[in-house]
Design a binder for this molecule. Structure first.
Ligand code: R5P
Length: 311
């Protein structure tokens, strides 16, 4: 196997290569003067089992295009098999038509990656499990849950802990983490607006008084969902609120919003390269998923079980 990296998350690609004790393929992914992307692979990859690592995070369109062009370069260089390793898949939230005459952009992105020449996809915590089915090629969806559960186990006394989903849509994800945490109790923040024009009311389903609450979600983008949920939990008498989120999108003023919020701590993974702001923030901690992704890549190359990573 050989690993190639595009530019969106070089620290993670290097950490994965370090875990696998392999060098990154000698390649240049650069821009022409007019910002067109140009890829040049400087070593032979003919007949190789190739893994190209690229999160399609901000700027999503540029990073997606880099991924597609890397795949095309590998295909034309006669790689035997190409796996697109996409720790964060941009556009995944556009996985259905929210209204008439709207696109399903996640499906379009899946088509583009497949058409470019990928033989397989490896992703982490896809926004919805069904996105696996948008790809007509084998797609492994890894879960950051074991990495998060190990960190939570090391920091909390399980008897005081409640796992919380910040919205009704995230209950399955939160329940699966709660199971890994000695079947910790589960609570749900149910956000609803009874009548149009009225402000949203946050109802808490489940017992949170005097509990240390851990909010679980796949994405923090503006931070609105999490910060509002954290406030609602504190108002309901929680002892503390922390959040474990796989993908730290952290757009706009999200880092400042988290700092000013009721959250004791935000824990994200390195699926997206963290900004200086996030790295410098004392309330944000970053867990690495490099060993998890690296091990899954090794197993794909060896044709052994990936799902048993989560047993
Ligand atoms: C939504 O379905 C996702 O799981 C996240 O809850 C959402 O993307 C978070 O967005 P924001 O941080 O902007 O509230």
């Amino acid at each position: 196997m050989k690993i190639m990296a595009a530019n969106s998350n070089l620290p993670l690609a290097r950490a994965i290569a370090g875990y696998l004790e392999l060098p990154l393929v000698d390649a240049a992914v650069r821009r022409f003067a007019d910002e067109e992307i140009f890829v040049e692979i400087h070593e032979n990859v003919r007949g190789q089992d190739m893994f190209v690592v690229q999160s399609t995070s901000y700027p999503a369109n540029d990073n997606l295009m880099e991924l597609l062009i890397c795949i095309d370069a590998l295909r034309r260089a006669s790689a035997k098999r190409i796996t697109a390793v996409v720790p964060y898949l941009g556009y995944a939230r556009q996985d259905r038509k929210p209204g008439p005459r709207t696109p399903i952009s996640a499906k379009l992105v899946a088509n583009l990656i497949t058409e470019a020449g990928a033989d397989r996809v490896l992703a982490v915590d896809l926004h919805a499990g069904q996105i696996q089915g948008f790809f007509d090629i084998p797609t492994d969806n890894l879960y950051a849950a074991p990495v998060m559960a190990a960190d939570i186990h090391a920091r909390y006394a399980m008897r005081d802990l409640t796992v919380v989903s910040p919205d009704v849509g995230g209950v399955v994800r939160a329940r699966s983490l709660a199971k890994r945490l000695d079947n910790a109790p589960l609570a749900i923040v149910d956000k609803r607006r009874d009548r149009p024009g009225e402000s949203e009311v946050m109802n808490i389903i489940g017992e949170v008084r005097d509990r240390h609450c851990v909010l679980i979600d796949d994405i923090i983008d503006s931070g609105g969902t999490l910060c509002n949920a954290a406030q609602a939990l504190m108002d309901a008498g929680a002892a503390s609120v922390a959040a474990y989120i796989t993908h730290g999108v952290l757009s706009g003023g999200a880092v400042a919003r988290v700092k000013a919020s009721a959250l004791k701590e935000l824990v994200i993974t390195d699926s997206i390269r963290a900004t200086e702001d996030a790295i410098g923030s004392e309330c944000i901690r970053i867990l690495t998923i490099a060993p998890l992704v690296g091990e899954a890549m090794r197993r794909i190359a060896d044709e052994s079980s990936v799902s048993s990573l989560f047993d």
